[in-house]
Write a protein that binds this ligand. Sequence first.
Ligand SMILES: [Zn+2]
Length: 283
Amino acid sequence: MGTISPGQVDVLMPGLRRLTAPNAGMMTGPGTNSYLIGTSEVAVIDPGPAIDSHIDALVAAAPGPIRWILCTHTHHDHSPAASLLAERTGAKLYGMPAPEHGMQDKTFKPHFILIDGDSVSGPDFELEAIHTPGHASNHLCYLWRETGILFTGDHIMAGSTVVIGPPDGNMYQYLKSLEKLKSHPLEQLAPAHGELLPQPMAVIDWLIGHRLKREAKVLERLGQVDEADLHTLVRSVYDDVQPVLHPVAERSLLAHLEKLEQEGHVLRIDERWQVGRAGRGRA
Ligand SMILES: [Zn+2]
């Protein structure tokens, strides 16, 4: 699908360029998209993994000096190039640092820690940070106000649903973060993986519906047995997904179960799951 090709600079509109890192894979699709915004002075969103050729290509693709580097979150395909690109260009780093625990990219040390509603402005743009926890607790989307383009990072990807892996990933927050986006004036979505997505509201509604459908299936299948562990339950709930992907799906299944647990619909006893009384009413 599409025209994405690593190393190729795509001018998506005046003042917006996309350069995809050479890190295609099962979890990254065609590779991580780095976006360059502005012409006289440039902001980069998600400089990507620490690959020298990609950093060289970002510097070459920028129509003006790179002054701002923003990261959507600190997974290893998004932020490790940030400090290297900052050293090369003198640009300042923006975003949220990696959480203390876990395996995220701790080399990303923002000069400016953004919170929900903060803006980063250049001569040609204003980017508003929208905190969207779910895929990662420190995930930010960036709304380019003048165009209505939302840089979605891994909150929304083109061509696949995103992995919600507890403990840092949280399905309850993920769905809340999707709802939250609907209050913003969005024209297009620019994901970190895959092509631009038109019709943002339809995409967001589809994603919410898709997750809730899966959640209903979790309750239904769990209701058919007394109790189950993740490993058994994943085969039944994700019977539409290739078995090779089941280890990854197990993470999302756990996220669904934890949301249902938080809402009182299921019970966890010694890492085995069963439908609670409230859940039986719903199933
Ligand atoms: Zn990613």
